[in-house]
Design a protein around this ligand. Sequence first.
Ligand SMILES: Nc1nc2c(ncn2[C@@H]2O[C@H](COP(=O)(O)OP(=O)(O)OP(=O)(O)O)[C@@H](O)[C@H]2O)c(=O)[nH]1
Ligand SMILES: [Mg+2]
Length: 344
Amino acid sequence: MKVGLIGHRGAGKTTIFNMLTGLQAQTGGFGGKEEIHLGVIKVPDARIDKLSQIFKPKKTTYAEIRFTDFPPSEGEENLKSNQALVTQMREVDAITLVLRDFGAGANPIKELNDLMTEMILADLAVVENRRSRLKKEKARLQEEALLDRCSEALENEVSLRTLSFSADEENLASGFGFLSRKPVLVIFNQSEEQAGQSLSSSYQEELDRRQLQGLALAGKVEMEIAQLDENDRTAFLREIGIEEPARERFIRASYALLNLISFFTTGEDEVRAWTITQGAVARKAAGKIHSDIERGFIRAEVVPYDEFVICGSDAKCKEAGKLRLEGKDYLVKDGDIIHFRFAV
Ligand SMILES: Nc1nc2c(ncn2[C@@H]2O[C@H](COP(=O)(O)OP(=O)(O)OP(=O)(O)O)[C@@H](O)[C@H]2O)c(=O)[nH]1
Ligand SMILES: [Mg+2]
């Protein structure tokens, strides 16, 4: 999963990037260099820890999230005028909007409005460009109709996220990578005095009105926490009254936002977590591992994690009749341990 951090200058994007990745990218501006920072994290999962204890595999692989910390988008650097930046933003699966809610003159709701508008304008430019091109090409009625609808919404400052598309339309639209259709997680980056507080009701109402999801966190102090070693971290968190590091809340919120679940593969060689969208069937899940397994799919042997842990081994699961045989259309559940049988 790829997540992009977007926001105005000095909102705390790089601080939060550091908090998420444990890296130490320079905060306080790029000093004129408009760099992009990239970082990958392993998604902590106690179930993988446990499976790894049981199987003692050669390799343990957690799910990953890839973060991109973008340069600011604001004023002269607004998205519409920065095509190279927008092109990279179109590649992420989800956008995190970082809003400054600390320091003098903080106005996170205005920043939110501005950013939503910028994304809409960037999409409108793409739609209009494509529409005028289509006029010269031979008729592509379905695409034209879709673009007409998109154009109308965007002209009215409506994000494409709110439109419902058929599967065909979704397919067409996905090629454009519309920013205003990407899932958005809004972060209110607050001062350390507010560390550990949940989202205020007035912010929550703003988000609800826009049908967005968000969280409040104190970026700077959370970044410092992320850079501590584990023992110091727990003590420090308790001291300042934070129950759970923001990094973990962020990961959970992202999974929920994107409707993601994990399934596991186990064995002596590797214990591994795989991320799929809720609603994916067994054959599609197999394709996550390898296209050969998807193509040659025969069946899936499934044990839910909780039941596996009670039995303690593959053999005991089989004995207890906990191993289920499922076909290609089986709806994979969060926590399923799956062995795929396939022929190539
Ligand atoms: N007090 C306080 N300061 C913060 C917080 N988050 C970031 N800062 C400070 O704000 C300044 C800008 O933070 P950055 O993380 O560099 O912000 P940015 O959005 O990456 O900035 P640009 O990349 O220049 O757009 C730095 O001096 C940070 O230390 C916070 O939660 N509280
Ligand atoms: Mg930055």
